[in-house]
Design a binder for this molecule. Sequence first.
Ligand code: CP
Length: 324
Amino acid sequence: QRHLISAADLTRDDAVLILDTAEEMSRVADRPIKKLPTLRGRTIVNLFFEDSTRTRISFEAAEKRLSADVINFSAKGSSVSKGESLKDTAQTLEAMGVDAVVIRHGASGAPYRLANSGWIDAAVINAGDGTHQHPTQALLDAFTMRRRLIGRDTGLGQDLSGKRITLVGDVLHSRVARSNVDLLHTLGAEVTLVAPPTLVPVGVGTWPCEVSYDLDAVLPKSDAVMMLRVQRERMNAAFFPTEREYSRRYGLDGDRMAKMPEHAIVMHPGPMVRGMEITAEVADSDRCTVVEQVANGVSIRMAVLYLLLGGNEPAVTHSRTEEK
Ligand code: CP
């Protein structure tokens, strides 16, 4: 059984195949009928133990565009609130005969446990676990960078060799940062983390990236700048500078954005905290790809589901009527 648990498990060729397949999948949005029959008869459960807007909705959209049967499970309102364990929840799903489980969980390692416990026979896709990993987010971010920095057609088959990517903010609590560092390194990019000293993880020295505390010095050398959400819900107040101090040193406003090269883009995985890590002027500017990232997330998740479950059928077939 194949799973997607961590961006670190992907080779360069795996990642490029997913990005190229996502380019094919993105064409489905342009079809009169935005659906492929690829996963007809397959059942996918979206198992969300933590809140989500973008990931949950885009997995559901991707599954429906591939014609899968979709079951949405949210821990709120389920028997988890009565104390049911992950094992019993998993075995309940197994009894219903699911083919894949997309799981978001507050505990780092929960998707790995589900995939390797023997409780369930389905493919497991990690939709974000604790502070550990969010591999489809890293893939959609890489897809967005490749399209914007190399080109939609010229990027096919290519990685991100030589691109300079800066991740800014709450690295300590960010599964997005961990996944991006792993995947961007695999794809040949040079990654720099910029964060307050209290929000840099212990052990970052072993990560394949540079660390800086000076955002203004790094901006002119960046092809993409990804702002990270400050995850107040995961932190002790002692870790955090005041909001004003954080914005002054690590926030992205119009003046700072002007220091970036003209071609460089601003990214954010969402949800954004406008005013603190990013001003409205930057978030709403043409250089900010946040909405594009969400749209690309559907194509990436279609590609991942297709490659894990779709068998040998061609990803996208074109009928004669559509080609007219
Ligand atoms: N980027 C992301 O994971 O957003 P959600 O928490 O809304 O899914």
